[in-house]
Design a protein around this ligand. Structure first.
Ligand code: SF4
Length: 698
């Protein structure tokens, strides 16, 4: 019997799993020694070995539909990329990557495109996940840092869930919260337009009007000031910008009745929330996609952070704001600069000194100052012909990006589309000129970073099937074929990890929060055995760091945090006579992304075998929609056919659809077809949770 300790590839909780090979096959259990989950698993994690099936795997490289050996496929990618460079310049080349990649894969992809091809246009599906939080954290703290640890949820006396269905989207964290509720009587307030499963144990649920979060938290900030519940000494010593933030909150939301009206809540409910926050020092605010996926996502994040800064509740045990990311390696991608507006090791693409520093470290002749195109703008640039070469890695933008018909059209028009994936039949793959078979979970070898900054190993326990190869190997092979062999001469993921760790400490005077230089000389053996560890990991803190900023020292150059004056704004599109209902989107408990993996498990698929449009019974009656009947959903971008489910968990006027189904599975319900690509002006994150639609019987 062999056992492998590895990390679950689904959500940002990053649970440790133990995979055991027995006489009858593989089994999986929670890793009791992993600090993220302490042995727990959710339904998706428990079913991991059910998804280890050979059917549907992409096993061989193809070029223009023909199977080719790796040498020819790599040469085809390199030559078409070089032709694009020669004819149109580096800005005609883009990579669209994924929070599913391991940190080592991500690092190499970013290095090749930005450093050696010379294009800044690498972005990731993490843009759809937590890009607004990145902006909010940088504005408030000076760095893209989650200050707390999961343990803080258990140490809190009050937990707020804002725009988060933790019970379904981060189930093991929810299990830890339930345990704290049982053991310590932790109070729970859920702020979410839907009455989700996370409300089952809530002391209070605020079903606020979609998009009204800034008003609600500005009201809280004004209330804290009125009640003398702020920390003046902390503000004086550690925070800039407080006066302007308080003034805006006072003017806009100084009266609870006004806030309640704007948010469509009762005055009593708003007051109960404000009183609970004001009187509970040990408060953790967990926020997620309901905050991020908005045309005002960055300001929503700062409205939340303002309240924590005003009360000095940042990075202290049981007292901190806490962003939970959707993807297994959203944070690892940010560490290596996988977003178009970041450089590796938390360096700034708009700072010439950082660009020079990174260029020198990589000895990369092509690195330029400036940001690349974020996801939506990248696909628009492909659509209008500015980008001619696209390499998609480990993601399915034809299903996941808003205005997906435009995205599919862009893919169809692009002269060269390369797709690296593990599945042979995704909607995106249909548009590929070159397909490259990548290693899947169970075969991959590297690291991921979860929502509490914990770096954790994904270890292989299966041989590579067919001719599949690790992503870092594929990218390095193309880099070598382009003539940059010395920069991509990696012999394994440990080599890449050491370089990544060395870079994090390179000329880092503390201005960059991400620092794992304490691991820069890790031996290959120690890398393979590396236990989960939270960054920063430095010579001074070789065992990692559980919390940041608890001492009031932040990453902005003057060491202070910043409160930001943020004013409430409406979502970009409102309900109308033609589109009278507001569509919200989200996840089901037992599916992951576009179901290419979880869809293989009959057990997981049994939870919700098809997508259902949830609608309040009163709205259903108004629109003549019977429970269980098929209905047509229209927005100004497209339409789809789904079954109706009456649900009084929905507010009247709102409907809900899951994100998982695609044209590659039976339901053909690509919800992103309906969604506008309105994005937050600072983060570029699209507004995926507020789209006017009509629903009519089929
Ligand atoms: Fe995997 Fe997330 Fe479930 Fe943990 S909570 S087992 S990381 S899906």
């Amino acid at each position: 019997m062999t056992e492998t300790c590895t990390t679950c590839p689904y959500c940002g909780v990053g649970c440790g799993v133990v995979v055991t090979e027995g006489r009858t096959g593989w089994s999986v259990g929670g890793d009791a020694s992993h600090p993220a989950n302490l042995g727990r698993l959710c339904s998706k994690g428990s079913a991991l070995t059910e998804t280890l099936r050979p059917e549907g795997r992409l096993l061989y490289p193809t070029v223009d539909g023909q199977r080719r050996p790796w040498s020819e496929a790599v040469e085809a990618v390199a030559s078409r990329l070089q032709e694009t460079l020669d004819q149109y310049g580096p800005s005609a080349v883009a990579f669209y990557v994924s929070g599913q990649l391991l940190t080592e894969d991500y690092y190499v992809a970013n290095k090749l495109l930005k450093g050696f091809v010379g294009s800044p246009h690498i972005d990731t599906n993490s843009r759809l996940c937590m890009a607004s939080t990145v902006v909010g954290h940088k504005r408030a703290f000076g760095a893209d840092v989650v200050p707390g640890s999961y343990e803080d949820i258990e140490l809190a006396e009050l937990v707020l869930l804002v725009g988060s269905n933790l019970a379904w989207c981060h189930p093991v964290l929810h299990q830890r919260l339930l345990h704290a509720q049982r053991q310590r009587g932790t109070r729970l307030i859920v702020i979410d337009p839907r009455r989700s499963a996370s409300c089952d144990t809530a002391d209070l649920h605020l079903p606020l009007a979609p998009g009204s979060d800034v008003m609600l938290f500005n009201g809280l900030l004004a209330y804290l000031e009125q009640q003398n519940a702020i920390s003046p000494d902390y503000l004086t010593a550690h925070v800039d910008g407080a006066e302007q933030a308080f003034a805006t909150a006072r003017t806009e939301a100084g009266d609870i009745a006004t806030v309640a009206r704007h948010c469509q809540l009762s005055v009593e409910a708003v007051l109960a929330f404000y009183q609970a926050f004001a009187t509970t020092a040990r408060t953790v605010t967990v926020f997620s996609q309901g905050v991020n996926q908005s045309s005002q996502g960055s300001d929503k994040v700062n409205a939340i952070l303002n309240c924590h800064l005003a009360t000095g509740r940042v990075g202290k045990p049981g007292s901190t704001p806490f962003s939970v990311t959707g993807q297994p390696n959203a944070m690892g991608g940010r560490e290596v600069g996988g977003l178009a507006n970041q450089l590796a090791a938390h360096m700034n693409p708009n700072d010439p000194a950082d660009v020079e520093r990174l260029g020198r470290f990589w000895q990369a002749p092509a690195l330029r100052v400036g940001e690349g195109l974020k996801a939506i703008d990248m696909f628009r640039a492909i659509h209008d012909g500015r980008i001619k070469f696209l390499w998609v890695m480990a993601t399915n933008p034809a299903v996941s990006l808003p205005e997906s018909d435009m995205v599919r059209d862009a893919l169809a028009r692009c002269p060269t589309v390369v797709v690296s994936d593990v599945i042979d039949s995704t909607d995106t793959l249909r548009h590929a000129h070159i397909t490259l078979p990548a290693a899947a979970w169970g075969e991959k070898d590297g690291t991921v970073t979860n929502s509490e900054r914990r770096i954790s190993r994904q270890r292989p326990f299966l041989p590579l099937p067919g001719e599949a190869r690790p992503d870092w190997w594929i990218i390095s092979a193309v880099g070598t074929a382009l003539g940059h062999g010395a920069a991509f001469d990696y012999h394994g993921p440990a080599d890449i990890f050491r370089e990544h760790a060395r870079l994090s400490g390179f000329e880092n005077d503390g201005r960059r929060a991400f620092d794992i230089s304490g691991l820069a000389t890790i031996s290959t053996t120690a890398y393979h055995q590396m236990p989960p560890i939270q960054w920063p990991v430095t010579a001074a803190d070789p065992a990692g760091t559980a919390r940041l900023y608890g001492d009031g020292l932040f990453t902005h150059p003057n060491g202070k945090a910043r409160m930001l004056a943020v004013a409430a704004a409406l979502p970009k599109e409102q309900a109308s006579a033609d589109f009278p209902l507001i569509l919200n989107t989200g996840r089901y408990r037992d599916q992951w992304h576009t179901m290419t993996r979880t869809g293989l498990s009959p057990r997981l698929s049994a939870h919700r075998p098809e997508p259902l449009l949830e609608i309040h019974p009163a709205d259903a009656a108004r629109h003549g929609l019977e429970d269980g009947q098929l209905a047509q959903v229209h927005s100004r971008h497209g339409e789809l056919l789904v079954r109706i489910q009456h649900s009084d968990s929905q507010r009247q006027g709102d409907v809900f659809l899951p994100i998982h189904w695609s044209d590659s599975n039976s339901a053909k319900a690509v919800v992103s077809r309906l969604i506008s690509a309105h994005a937050d002006p600072f983060s570029g994150q699209p507004e995926s949770k507020h789209m006017p639609v009509s629903v009519a019987p089929f």
